[in-house]
Design a binder for this molecule. Structure first.
Ligand SMILES: C[S@@+](CC[C@H](N)C(=O)[O-])C[C@H]1O[C@@H](n2cnc3c(N)ncnc32)[C@H](O)[C@@H]1O
Ligand code: SF4
Length: 411
């Protein structure tokens, strides 16, 4: 579609190295394992996580192992590049369970020498004590849910840990693991820009080479949603929220930890390899309640989504290796839309040739774009395009959710 491409301005100086699309059919694979339990439910969180007494961990371990075997039979000959234990709170599982899952993955697939094996961990003392055992089990990276560096805000966020424990967890992680990252939530009620700037300074002192910084979102079906609706607290309005985002970008850039994705910051080469598989539309398997995956078989890309309910998943996956309904393969349009949605999260953007390959119909995938609207978005300073690819500007990434449906033609 050369005439449509000409609508894209030549701005290659700003569009630096669009990320090549990730793993695919022939190539590498990510494996996501969802542990759906937590010590308590944080009032802002809408992840598939549950508080349970008396978890039959042997049964869970057997179901995960059975599920790895199931997906390996569907996807033979792949190389696993990353494994991610997410949740819920996977640091509550026993290190033996993590070890059993990792060794089943090694038994069924080739695993790359530099495989990244990440565990999400909450910084309570019980979990910190298990870090060494997780490392022995094969975990080489932790992502710690710190959320705030002061006790007042931790209490407001309903966290089970203190700021002191969070710092201890980071210090232990530094000694035990090859790499670590931690999460903070900002734009909290009453938080000022200068208080956040100070907190970022403390965070960068504690950081290794990766940080995830999320703006507080009020999700439906959470206790925070109710309290917020009732006016019990307020969060920064749109303009101030945008100032928080801009400040975060500028300060972290200054610390040498620029955003490589909307909420993720890293030194060059230290990006989360697992998340890069999602954002470059690579193949990944999702195991555990509610986990989803994208897998390519015979040139078709299939979505997978495991049953949400822990008991149903345990029962079905324990027997059959999966509790997912069979899904039709994705259309070319859906593949393009998903690859674009993921690629635009990245500061580096996405290449046209990779979007063409992701769509998989052998023609220019730009037919799915409304080029007049794309031009408008460029004129506003929200997107940059050139002959190589497309990226959003910092301002554009703030508006990602609104921009994407706007620039896509209707299916
Ligand atoms: C699956 S969750 C957490 C994993 C782990 N259980 C924990 O709490 O640390 C991943 C991250 O998403 C972020 N998060 C979850 N809900 C959020 C919300 N409503 N607003 C902003 N960030 C949120 C938190 O920073 C959290 O660490
Ligand atoms: S934020 Fe983490 S610990 Fe809190 S409920 Fe969600 S998954 Fe569980």
């Amino acid at each position: 579609m050369p005439s449509e491409r000409r609508l894209c301005k030549k701005l290659s100086s700003t569009l630096t190295n669009p990320a090549p699309l990730g793993a695919s059919e022939k190539g590498q694979l990510g494996v996501y394992i969802h542990w759906p339990f937590c010590l308590s439910k944080c009032p802002y969180c809408d992840f598939n996580s549950h508080v349970r007494e008396g978890i039959d961990e042997a049964a869970w371990r057997a179901a995960y192992v059975r599920s790895v075997e199931h997906y390996a039979q569907r996807l033979p000959g792949r190389q696993v590049r990353s494994i991610f234990f997410g949740g819920g709170t996977p640091s509550l599982m026993s290190p033996e369970t993590a070890e059993a899952i990792i060794s089943e993955i090694q038994k069924n697939w080739q695993v790359s020498n530099d495989v990244e094996i990440t565990l999400e961990a909450n910084p309570t003392s019980v979990e910190i004590e298990k870090f060494r055992a997780f490392q022995m089990a094969g975990v080489n990276r932790v992502s710690i849910g710190v959320q705030a560096l002061n006790d007042t805000d931790l209490k407001f966020l309903g966290r089970e840990h203190s700021a002191k424990e969070a710092i201890q967890a980071i210090e232990t992680a530094r000694k035990v693991f090859d790499r670590y990252s931690f999460d903070l939530i900002y734009a909290r009620p009453e938080q000022s820009l200068s208080a956040w700037e100070d907190e970022l300074a403390r965070a960068q002192d504690l950081a290794d080479s990766h940080l995830s910084l999320y703006q507080l979102t009020i999700e439906r079906n959470t206790p925070f949603y109710m309290s917020h609706e009732q006016g019990l607290f307020s969060i920064p309005e749109e303009g101030l929220a945008a100032d928080f985002y801009t400040l975060t970008q500028e300060v972290m850039e200054g610390y040498g930890l620029p955003a490589y994705e909307v909420s993720n910051h890293a030194r060059a080469g230290e990006e989360s390899r697992h998340n890069m598989i999602y954002w470059t539309y690579g193949d990944y398997v999702g195991i555990g309640p509610g986990a989803h995956g994208r897998i390519t078989i015979d040139g078709r890309k299939y979505p997978t989504r495991e049953h949400q309910a822990p008991d149903i998943w345990l029962d079905r996956a324990g027997k059959d290796g999966t509790a997912a309904k069979a899904e039709a393969s994705l259309s070319h349009y859906d593949r393009f839309m998903e690859a674009l949605m993921m690629g635009l999260r990245l500061r580096a953007g996405v290449r046209w040739e990779d979007l063409d390959r992701a769509a998989g119909h052998g023609e220019s995938a730009q037919v799915f774009l409304d080029h007049a609207k794309l031009q408008t978005v460029q004129d506003q300073g929200w997107a940059l395009c050139d002959d190589d690819g497309i990226a959003l500007t910092q301002e554009g990434r703030l508006r990602l959710n609104a921009l994407l449906p706007y620039i896509l033609k209707e299916a």
